[in-house]
Design a binder for this molecule. Structure first.
Ligand SMILES: *[C@@H]1O[C@H](CO)[C@@H](O)[C@H](O)[C@H]1NC(C)=O
Ligand SMILES: *[C@@H]1O[C@H](CO)[C@@H](O)[C@H](O)[C@H]1NC(C)=O
Ligand SMILES: *[C@@H]1O[C@H](CO)[C@@H](O)[C@H](O)[C@H]1NC(C)=O
Ligand SMILES: *[C@@H]1O[C@H](CO)[C@@H](O)[C@H](O)[C@H]1NC(C)=O
Ligand SMILES: *[C@@H]1O[C@H](CO)[C@@H](O)[C@H](O)[C@H]1NC(C)=O
Ligand SMILES: CC(=O)N[C@H]1CO[C@H](CO)[C@@H](O)[C@@H]1O
Length: 661
């Protein structure tokens, strides 16, 4: 199980600011973020379809509040920051008012684990405590909890706690005034009598009336997550819908149900909630906004969990750097239009989903309601296009103050500390193995990060050695240009230790990697099989940029690789009418990642005893394999020692210091 990481991260900030003279004057040494996308971005290809009821949806922000700032595509497509988004929302609310329609802002969460802004806090502080102060400034109508808010009790409690007289700070959840929804998630706290009581973290449901007088009933549901901390409770969704409070909450018919949940749209528990409501209200419009289900993550993470973690936990493990979104399903009595099912890996920091409906048309006949959905690249070009603003008119003071505050936070955390300059992009899936741009190669093969970093100040440096690492230690691409602490921890965030077994002959050591890549133990094989089945059921696609759902009807003719006029990015294929992409992209190439890789073997004879070095979480499989490969010695944990105090989340930085300066 993976806890949120303490990260000394830094955001790569680049120069190029043209505005805010006061700010620049007051902070001459600070590196300003780009004021505009530094590379030309494609505009959306047509305006949004507004209905009388409209919703902007975000999810899985994971701390990426300053957006993606690298210049290799698809990064610039996601270069907006939270301040830009705030300005966008202000303009959109104004447009809604002019049109006399409703516009809601909803979010299905995962606030931290991803960048230094959330996770670069000082020891003893609370994950996302500072970055949440910016999120709460957005006028969210409904927000719900994600699994990442539940790995550490202190994180959940920090959001829950109400204003206390001695605190200048009011905690996160009270800002939403009853609209932070945790229908099936509780926290255990001590009541005023000192007794432990379990209470909902936020509110179980909300009923409210919109600006245009529509009555809305909302729920906030988390998938059946089991990796949560002690003293937090996640009630299975199937049980939740049988609760008396649930029956009461949905009894009265609203104009529309708005369901928000950190739960995948496809094949998760949404139908359970949907059906429970449909039993009572056969025709009432229901809009559903889902959250992440990181499948690619799951596949990579299984390597980290081979020893004893169950599939269900793997499915909910940490996902750094992803900020994705998903527009929900629009199930109607007779029409069920399923949403795109994005399998994004560490790419989107913060994008918005758009859904609208003409609810008035459905007053007499629910089948007259038309829904529209759109997936938006989150950047200033998108925002300006849809709000008909320009560089000069787009920014609001409010948005600006959020951007500035985030930069102050980045500065406070020392996030832009630079280790060196990366000569090129190194990617996890866009470069094939073997090739120079393959990130795992940089990590371990040839003159690479692991051998370089681990031999620094190491008395065993002269003893021939072989290193084994897994792709599970890597999470995100490295880009050409300045390589900062933030980049290091975004690429490889886990504080894993390196262990070694001395005296293994090169002949035996060389056979460990093939054995690892071809799981030998029955239980591991079983786990792999379960995972593969699960991925198949969920219609897993290998290309992390492909958006897709089970029904394979394609509207995304533009997604064919090879259209040179389009930049790399997401390509939606879903079963809703018309294509859902706001900006047209072409799919980047995607290659399989080997599960394990080893360093280039030392130039010694086969019989030479060497040090076999590996990351700590594969200790058990390595011991098992060694004992299968040879019978001269029975290897146990007593043969294993710490190879170096350097941890896996430090190796790229040390490598960059040595070779990228
Ligand atoms: C859970 O909360 C109770 C009451 O505050 C406390 O006594 C107990 O130690 C907590 N359990 C864990 C595992 O933190
Ligand atoms: C959540 O808290 C409520 C209020 O204290 C309690 O009635 C309910 O049993 C709790 N639910 C779970 C699943 O612990
Ligand atoms: C916004 O300003 C930047 C920098 O001056 C410029 O490159 C870009 O073309 C402008 N974009 C628009 C839409 O005006
Ligand atoms: C190696 O030792 C030197 C000198 O003691 C020290 O400055 C440096 O930080 C050490 N490097 C690592 C990676 O431990
Ligand atoms: C390997 O070692 C042998 C014997 O010392 C030497 O002749 C050979 O050049 C070395 N090969 C490499 C690639 O260093
Ligand atoms: C991975 C997963 O949750 N699969 C489920 C998809 O839905 C079918 C039918 O409800 C279940 O049997 C699977 O377990």
């Amino acid at each position: 199980m993976f806890l949120p990481l303490l990260a000394l991260t830094g955001l790569a900030v680049t120069c190029g600011s043209h505005r805010l003279p006061a700010r620049e004057a007051s902070s001459q040494n600070r590196v300003e973020k780009q004021e505009y996308p530094q590379v030309p971005l494609t505009s959306p290809h047509r305006p949004l379809v507004w209905g009388d009821f409209n919703v902007i949806h975000t999810t899985d922000t994971h701390g990426w509040l300053l957006g993606h700032q690298k210049t290799s595509f698809p990064e610039p497509s996601f270069s907006g920051d939270l301040g830009d988004f705030a300005s966008f929302v202000t303009h959109m609310k104004f447009i809604a008012k002019q049109k006399g329609v409703d516009l809601l802002l909803v979010d299905s969460r995962d606030l931290h684990d991803g960048t230094g802004l959330s996770d670069g806090y000082a020891p003893g502080a609370i994950d996302a405590h500072e970055s949440n102060k910016f999120v709460e400034r957005l006028p969210y109508d409904v927000m719900t909890i994600g699994n990442h808010e539940l790995y550490v009790y202190a994180d959940t409690y920090d959001m829950y706690v109400h204003r206390s007289p001695s605190w200048a700070y009011e905690s996160f959840i009270p800002h939403f005034e009853g609209r932070y929804l945790t229908s099936n998630v509780n926290i255990t706290i001590l009541n005023s009598d000192g007794e432990a009581v379990s209470v909902p973290v936020g509110s179980r449901y909300a009923k409210f009336t919109t600006a245009m007088g529509r009555r809305v009933t909302s729920l906030g549901v988390l998938f059946d997550f089991t990796g949560n901390a002690h003293n937090t409770t996640v009630q299975p969704v199937a049980k939740m819908v049988k609760e008396p409070w649930f029956a009461e909450a949905i009894a009265e018919e609203p104009d529309v149900f708005v369901l928000v949940g950190h739960m995948a749209m496809s094949n998760d528990s949404w139908p359970v909630v949907f059906n429970a409501i449909r039993t009572v209200h056969p025709l009432t419009p229901i809009m559903i906004f889902g959250g992440t289900f990181p499948l690619l993550e799951m596949r990579v993470q299984q390597l980290r969990n081979v020893q004893d973690t169950l599939i269900s936990e793997i499915a909910s493990s940490t996902m750094a750097g992803l900020w994705e979104w998903r527009v929900g399903a629009t199930w109607k009595p007779s029409v069920r239009c399923s949403p795109g099912f994005n399998l994004l890996f560490n790419v989107i920091p913060f994008a918005s989903g758009w859904m609208s409906a003409n609810l008035n048309a459905g007053k007499d006949n629910a089948n007259d309601i038309k829904f529209s959905r759109r997936y938006l690249d989150q950047n200033r070009v998108t925002y300006q296009y849809h709000t008909k603003t320009s560089n000069l008119t787009f920014d609001t003071r409010y948005g600006r103050s959020i951007t500035e505050g985030l930069h102050d936070l980045a500065e406070k955390y020392g996030l832009s500390y630079q280790y060196g300059i990366s000569p090129r992009d190194y990617t996890m899936t866009r470069d094939p193995y073997p090739s120079d741009g393959f990130l795992l190669t940089l990590f371990i093969e040839g003159l690479s990060a692991i051998p370089t970093a681990l031999k620094i100040n190491n008395s065993r440096a002269d003893i021939p050695s072989l290193f084994i690492a897994t792709s599970g230690d890597l999470r995100f691409d490295i880009f050409k240009g300045p390589f900062t602490k933030n980049d290091q921890l975004t690429a490889s965030p886990y504080p894993d230790q390196f262990l070694y077994i001395p005296g293994v002959t090169l002949r035996v050591a060389n056979q460990v990697l093939p054995a690892l890549n071809k799981p030998s133990s029955a239980s591991l094989r079983q786990k792999r099989a379960e995972l593969d089945t699960k991925l198949r059921e969920l219609d897993y696609v290998d290309n992390p940029f492909q958006t897709r759902l089970g029904e394979t009807e394609s509207h995304a003719t533009h997604g064919k690789p090879g259209r040179h006029d389009l930049t790399f990015g997401y390509v939606t294929v879903d079963s809703c009418p018309e294509d859902g992409d706001d900006t047209l992209h072409t799919l980047p190439p995607s290659y399989d990642i080997p599960d394990y890789m080893m360093s280039s073997p030392p130039n010694v004879t086969d019989d030479t005893p060497i040090d076999l070095v590996f990351v700590d979480f594969i200790e058990t499989p390595v011991l098992n394999i060694l004992n299968e490969l040879q019978s001269e010695k029975k290897y146990t944990k007593d043969d294993v020692s710490l190879y170096s105090p350097v941890m896996s989340n430090q190796v790229f930085g040390l490598y960059a210091q040595a070779y990228w300066n």
